[in-house]
Design a protein around this ligand. Structure first.
Ligand SMILES: [Zn+2]
Ligand SMILES: [Zn+2]
Length: 331
């Protein structure tokens, strides 16, 4: 039974890699670490690189929102941020005649749709692209992306067949062998997260959201998005002080996600929608603060004899894969 995730783009707002100055600083830190670790010869480089945590070495990535949910029957894609370009390239050589593609949209802010004109299968005549959203202006949002002066190929010239599906809020539908239910998130323009289920395993996609509704009462009919989920992908664009400063900007902090995860018995969390201004070093620091907060929460609950559970979590990076059926390996 296959239920896997691949995060093709975890950056928020706009694609952003580190600046040349930030890269220079990063490389100098890595080189210093090489010598501090006792290495000195060119032949030791591969050995040293293999020892370093992959994020400390190569960072978290630069592409915007795109998550692939895979089963034996095919893939569901959530959002067409710039990360969908690499996904599209990865499937081109194995493309079958008359293949069907399934892309769900959370909302149409640029960082969630800007990759669609670079999704290679959309330019193949025998391919069918199913697009899904709760928002009724889905077709209009897509047509704008393929219109001058924004893009040279007009919508009418696209050779593939595009089929639109408008989803009902909180109503379960079947796509491939997944059950998919849209729930509303907390974002300035309406944004819909998805709970995706199969064989008692569940994935909750909660990006973009500010997490302004935290209590069960406030979450109301959107509470099932979170309850007992095996893995939640949560918007952690800001640190807590930034969240106070940028209230109503529609993004959250890891600590808010952890609070929800601990209460709603969520087993694992991936944090994403990283701020375009966050360097690798910033994200390593945020992950450290999140660890301190998590450990403090667990200790506080234990000393008050309150029931709690140990949530496992990770900061997402472009290209990260998670096998939901083998979550024990996730730390
Ligand atoms: Zn976004
Ligand atoms: Zn947004």
């Amino acid at each position: 039974m296959k239920f896997m995730l691949k995060f093709w783009g975890v950056r928020g707002s706009i694609p952003a890699c580190q600046s040349p100055d930030e890269w220079a600083l990063h490389i100098s830190q890595i080189l210093k670490q090489f010598f501090k670790s006792g290495y000195s010869r060119a032949e030791d480089v591969s050995l040293f690189l293999n020892e370093i945590n992959p994020q400390r070495l190569s960072g978290y990535g630069s592409d915007t929102s795109c998550v692939e949910v895979k089963s034996d029957q095919g893939s569901l894609i959530i959002d067409a941020g710039s990360g969908i370009r690499r996904y599209g390239q990865s499937i081109m050589s194995g493309l079958k005649p008359n293949q069907e593609h399934h892309i769900l949209f959370t909302h149409f802010h640029w960082d969630h749709i800007l990759g669609l004109p670079f999704y290679a299968p959309i330019f193949r005549r025998d391919q069918t692209i199913h697009l899904y959203a709760v928002q009724e202006d889905l077709e209009n949002a897509v047509r704008i992306k393929f219109s001058r002066p924004y893009f040279p190929v007009p919508y009418e010239m696209l050779p593939s067949k595009i089929v639109y599906h408008i989803l009902e809020p909180r109503k379960k539908i079947n796509i491939l062998d997944f059950q998919v239910t849209p729930y509303q998130l907390d974002h300035p323009d309406p944004c819909w997260g998805y709970r995706i289920e199969k064989n008692k395993l569940s994935y909750s996609h909660c990006v973009d959201t500010e997490g302004t509704r935290v209590s069960r009462q406030d979450l109301g009919e959107d509470l099932p998005l979170y309850q007992n989920s095996d893995l939640m992908y949560f918007d952690a664009q800001y640190t807590l002080p930034e969240l106070v400063e940028k209230s109503n900007w529609g993004h959250s902090a890891a600590q808010i996600g952890l609070d929800i995860a601990i209460r709603e018995n969520i087993r694992y969390v991936v944090f994403g929608h990283h701020d375009p201004g966050a360097s690798t070093q910033n994200l390593i620091e945020q992950a450290k603060q999140t660890r301190e907060y998590h450990d403090w929460r667990v200790k506080a609950a234990e000393s008050n004899r309150l029931e709690t559970h140990n949530v496992k979590w990770r900061y997402g990076y472009d290209g990260m894969e998670v096998d939901l059926a083998k979550l024990k390996n996730f730390d």
